[in-house]
Design a binder for this molecule. Structure first.
Ligand code: GDP
Ligand code: IMO
Ligand code: MG
Length: 429
């Protein structure tokens, strides 16, 4: 199986980092296709915790080629900081990081514009991570963006930077009365980044296609999740890229016929950071309890994550949008000890029961969850590595989800650590 996509099936933070780290053992190449340093992917090895933002979560296995695809937006200062942080902790990067020359850059004015825009929106703010992600994608689509290859050529860079920066400065001043950026200052800073990164910048699409043609295992890592996808999520409370599996083709420069499988990462309950509708949210003690027990605080911003029950309507949408061939269930251990577990199987909308996930945030906001109650389990599942060792009701919970979604659980995660995992089906050989 040469190419496998791993995508978040909910609102992000499902545990993609941990799963990608596991699958990377059997992969030759690990590639990120979208998003930026809004992502925070955690891998825990023994008692050491790594949080990756831009570099694929395969980097902790020596010798894997890690690719940052053209669909990713890169803040070079953050990327360099991440590289140095890993190197200082003994992780070898060497020649094994390849950054697409077509990837767009996050510029300082993107962050300034986003921060001013979010502040001006008051209660209607998206609740972004404040990393300039949306503004960088805006420039990309407006064809005024700056790509990796642009900063390698000082003359070209200056030519592209001047109109983009002038435009951003005019917007900052006119809309928000915010201070302007100096061209030379930005130019110098980014030319310095280019010097550091240039040996890693190249034709990532070509390299990936070559690897695939040679039959190498390519593991494709998504960031965020399906419900944050710009097209298929809870618009406008979404991120600005195609986080679902479809983004893998355009974000890496590979064709759909190269992708053999798509695995959705599903947390055993639901979380969301930032604003927007969340039908199964628990705004009570139980929600607080899941947050504390699950350590549900953002890996990037530290914000508390909103917590709630599993939502089958939303997951069913994720199965369709991603064409999921299987899923990995994470954080099962966090549900240990509950008498009953509720699962949302439908929504009530204007007096009608529906199993269709609505296309916009305003409609979803009006949906009331319809719950089914399942029996919980008292025994701990923490660290269990064999399916047969799970409490009967935990197994029933998994089987129930499999039946509802019509796909199987390939992996079940029972703890933070790398080895706290049940493998039902190996995706790479
Ligand atoms: P990602 O963005 O999808 O990679 O997920 P994050 O790293 O942002 O958040 C997932 C959090 O849950 C991290 O702190 C992980 O270490 C942790 N985690 C992942 N799987 C499990 C699990 O099965 N059990 C527990 N208790 N924690 C887990
Ligand atoms: P990982 O990859 C969870 C959310 C933000 C906000 C919305 C838009 O770790 O799962 P943005 O800064 O992207 O413009 O913010 O998306 N968001 C995430 N939520 N996990 C993430 O990444 C996220 N990346 C962005 O909180 O609601
Ligand atoms: Mg995360």
């Amino acid at each position: 199986m040469p190419a496998l996509v791993v995508a978040g099936a909910q609102w992000g933070d499902e545990g993609k980092g941990k799963l990608v780290d596991h699958l990377a053992r059997q992969a030759h190449v690990v590639a990120r296709y979208q998003g930026g340093h809004n992502a925070g992917h955690t891998v825990v090895i023994n008692d050491e915790k790594f949080v990756l933002h831009l570099i694929p979560s395969g980097v902790l296995h020596e010798g894997k080629l890690c690719v940052i695809g053209n669909g990713v937006v890169i803040d070079p200062a953050c990327l360099i900081e991440e590289m140095d942080g890993l190197i200082n902790r003994g992780v070898k990067i060497g020649e094994n990081l390849l950054i697409s020359e077509n990837a767009h850059l996050i510029m300082p004015y993107h962050m300034a514009l986003e921060s001013a825009s979010e502040s001006s929106m008051g209660k209607k703010a998206i609740g972004t991570t404040g990393r300039g992600i949306g503004l960088a994608y805006m420039d990309k689509m407006a064809r005024t963006g700056i790509r990796m290859l642009d900063i390698l050529d000082p003359k070209l860079f200056r030519e592209r930077l001047r109109p983009a920066l002038d435009n951003a400065n005019r917007l900052l001043d006119a809309l928000y009365g915010a201070p302007a950026f100096e061209l030379e200052e930005v130019f110098e800073k980014y030319t310095g980044f280019a010097e550091r990164l240039k040996k890693h910048i190249g034709n990532a699409g070509f390299v990936l296609n070559k690897a695939l043609r040679e039959g190498r295992n390519v593991l494709i890592e998504g960031a965020q999740g399906t419900l944050l996808d710009i097209d298929h999520g809870t618009y406008p409370y979404v991120t600005s890229s195609n986080a679902s599996a479809g983004g893998a083709c355009t974000g890496l420069g590979i064709g759909p016929t190269m992708i053999d499988a798509a695995m959705g990462v599903v947390k055993a309950y639901t979380t969301r950071v930032g604003n927007g509708p969340f039908p199964t949210e628990l705004e009570d003690e139980l929600g607080e309890c899941l947050r504390e027990k699950g350590g549900e605080y953002g890996a990037t911003t530290g914000r508390p994550r909103r917590c709630g029950w599993l939502d089958i309507v939303a997951l069913d949408h994720a199965v369709r949008v991603n064409g999921l061939s299987g899923f990995a269930l994470t954080k099962l251990d966090i549900l240990d000890g509950l008498d009953t577990i509720k699962v949302c199987t439908a929504y009530r909308l204007d007096g009608v029961t529906t199993r269709e996930f609505p296309p916009d945030a305003a409609t979803l906001e009006r949906c009331q969850p319809v719950y089914e109650e399942l029996k919980g389990w008292k025994d701990s599942t923490s660290g269990i590595k064999k399916l047969s060792d799970l409490p009967v009701n935990a197994r029933k919970y998994i089987e129930w989800i499999e039946q509802r979604l019509g796909i199987g659980a390939d992996m079940i995660s029972t703890g933070q650590r790398r080895d706290e995992l049940i493998i039902v089906k190996e995706n790479f050989r």
